[in-house]
Design a binder for this molecule. Structure first.
Ligand SMILES: Cc1ncc(COP(=O)(O)O)c(C=O)c1O
Length: 463
């Protein structure tokens, strides 16, 4: 079968990204555009359109309008996912050899750019839940303790990255965290890939958006948490701690010379759609419906985990003695496609289309799964093996460029990794180049791979 034939395959219910749910919630203007003769709209960077870095043209005007409306100094559309803009933000923040403080649940795009640019990550651990296997949101006390452990004299720490909300939708209060960093004059990049729509729903008791919480740089994924096409993203810039010229140079360095006009239009329309009163009230209704779905499932004793993002339905399959991968496989075979299987949980993303039919289908399938599956597994997720503050034993850029050999992970104890081992989704590395596979980490990665077929008998490149 060709890719193009597969793209029109029908699933009973698709609860994965992109959040427009297979076109169900695309902005009307984009739908209209796509109804034109196929490919007609695929234009190059004509002067009237420009590019995200042009001083004039439709894109520049649009970005200027959004910056003004949302209280940013500048914003930039991106067509290489949140990944591309996060990487530009990282190199705007740090020069080669400098250090960035970042949490353990940072996205793989950050690790890749650190390896490429010889930027040194210092990781801080996060509070961990044995019940779910997930990291919890960071509190001010937690970050205070991290800062107390940092050796500012021997590391040139030039910035901090925070991830909020997480893939599952956990989010805490960002402002006090950003305050701590700003007291040290450290700029903060917030990876808000999963929280773009928080901007538009201040009345719905959702987490406060990163830009309103004084972040210096914020990256939103417009296909994960607004109704943009895959690869669309936006970077917001604010404050005085990041040099604007550096930022522009950094975007320029990683940007394609041929950004897709369709994707750029999708960046614009997904944001504009939420500024349109009628569409906004429709989407807000969807969010309230999502809250109701959660409540109803809880009333039926279905083990859901509460997060701060109503659009994520996180099923704690482990409560029924079933791992998330087995559950995912079962739902997939029955036409209900989830987003993120993990050992203890399975996460569904409701997105912005109407999901009223999800409730009955989900209930029916969950009951069937409970009846049909073996529930003998004693599922236990190991505590992450990290110190509160920890840097790789060898600089990430050096380890990445070193000569490595590929060996079975089972033989890697006490070796130094030259690899990034990272299940996707969620794209959070288990180990990065330069880190030692000590016994705790070895056991932890083995534990992580118990149910995940992608991590069974895998090879790792070691120094
Ligand atoms: C927290 C987080 N940040 C960034 C990204 C990258 O987003 P994109 O796929 O748009 O490049 C992801 C993708 O999974 C993510 O989960």
């Amino acid at each position: 079968m060709s890719i193009s034939s597969f793209l029109t395959k029908k699933f009973l219910k698709s609860l994965f990204f992109p959040a427009h749910n297979r076109g169900g919630a695309l902005p009307k203007k984009l739908v209209k555009l796509l109804k034109n003769p196929p490919g007609y709209w695929d234009l190059p960077e004509l002067p009237e359109i420009g590019s995200p870095l042009s001083k004039s043209g439709l894109i520049a005007n649009s970005q200027r309008d959004f910056s003004e409306k949302f209280g940013a100094k500048r914003c930039f559309f991106g067509v290489n996912g949140a990944s591309g803009l996060i990487q530009s933000a990282v190199i705007a923040m740090a020069n080669p050899g400098e250090t960035i403080l970042m949490p353990r649940n940072v996205h793989i795009s950050v690790i890749k750019i650190c390896a490429m640019q010889n930027i040194k990550p210092i990781f801080f651990d996060l509070e961990f839940s044995h019940e779910t296997g997930h990291y919890k949101p960071i509190t001010k006390i937690w970050l205070d303790n991290v800062f107390k452990k940092l050796d500012f004299d021997n590391n040139k720490i030039v910035g901090v990255i925070l991830v909020s909300p997480s893939y599952h939708g956990y989010a805490g209060d960002l402002e006090p965290l950003i305050d701590i960093c700003h007291q040290k004059k450290l700029p903060v990049l917030v990876d808000e890939a999963h929280g773009s729509y928080f901007f538009f729903c201040k009345n719905l008791n959702l987490p406060k958006p990163a830009l309103s919480s004084n972040a210096d740089l914020v990256v939103n994924s417009l296909h994960k948490s607004l109704n943009g096409l895959t690869q669309t993203a936006i970077l917001w810039y604010k404050g005085n701690l990041i040099n604007e010229i550096n930022l522009i140079k950094s975007i320029n360095l990683l940007q394609t010379t041929s950004p897709s006009s369709l994707l750029l239009s999708s960046c614009e329309e997904s944001l504009k759609d939420w500024q349109n009163k009628k569409s906004l009230s429709k989407y807000q209704k969807r969010i309230l419906e999502a809250k109701k779905i959660y409540k109803k499932l809880i009333q039926k004793n279905i083990p859901l985990i509460e997060t701060q993002d109503p659009l994520k339905i996180v099923l704690n399959t482990s409560k029924a003695g079933i791992d998330g991968f087995t559950a995912d496989n079962f739902f997939y075979r029955n036409g209900l496609i989830a987003e993120l299987p993990e050992m203890m949980t399975l996460t569904f993303c409701l997105g912005f289309a109407n999901q009223k039919d999800f409730l009955n289908l989900f209930e029916k399938l969950w009951d069937k799964l409970l009846l049909n599956s073996k529930k003998s597994k004693s599922l236990e997720v190991l505590q992450s093996p990290f110190e509160l503050v920890q840097a790789p034993e060898i600089e990430i850029g050096i380890a990445w460029r070193s000569e490595t050999r590929s060996i079975p992970f089972s033989q890697s104890l006490n070796k130094i990794s030259g690899d990034i081992i990272c299940p996707y989704p969620p794209g959070i590395p288990l180990i990065v180049p330069g880190e030692k596979i000590d016994i705790d980490r070895f056991n932890w990665i083995n534990n992580q791979s118990l149910c995940n077929k992608n991590l069974v008998n895998f090879n790792i490149r070691v120094l």
